[in-house]
Write a new protein. Structure first.
Length: 136
């Protein structure tokens, strides 16, 4: 049986990461490699899921990844990962990558995606995770 958040003032568990887009993160067009964006998004999902479950977690699936706007060399990439659903041993994490021009402050949501993370026990088997804050 899955658990979803009740209407409450408690925020969903989240993690925030900032990365600078350096030349070694970019392709020949000077924009962020898609694989690098996915790695950063998976890292953010891993952090929020690990902190929520307080267990080892692994990525079970990535889904609905949308590359909307390119992220350019020299921009800041801010990643916000939020747990939006908790099952018995799984957590669905939505991740949003926003690019910011550090000189102008212009910000644009560039990439979004959903990741399913699974908590494991010490034997590597799926383990129970706590409900979201405010869930009945």
């Amino acid at each position: 049986m899955s658990q979803t958040p009740a209407m409450t003032d408690q925020p969903l568990p989240e993690a925030r990461l900032l990365e600078m887009v350096f030349p070694d993160h970019t392709n020949h067009l000077g924009t962020l490699f898609g694989g690098q964006a996915l790695a950063w998004m998976d890292k953010a999902a891993f952090i929020v899921a690990s902190r929520h479950a307080r267990r080892t977690v692994v990525t079970a699936r990535s889904e609905e990844v949308n590359f909307r706007v390119p992220v350019r060399k020299g921009q800041l990439a801010e990643l916000v990962a939020r747990i939006v659903h908790v099952g018995h041993s799984s957590m669905t994490v939505e991740v949003e990558l926003t690019a910011e021009d550090p000189l102008t402050g212009d910000r644009r949501v560039c990439t979004t995606g959903r990741f399913v993370m699974v908590a494991l026990d010490s034997n590597g088997a799926p383990a129970t995770v706590p409900a979201l804050p405010g869930a009945g």
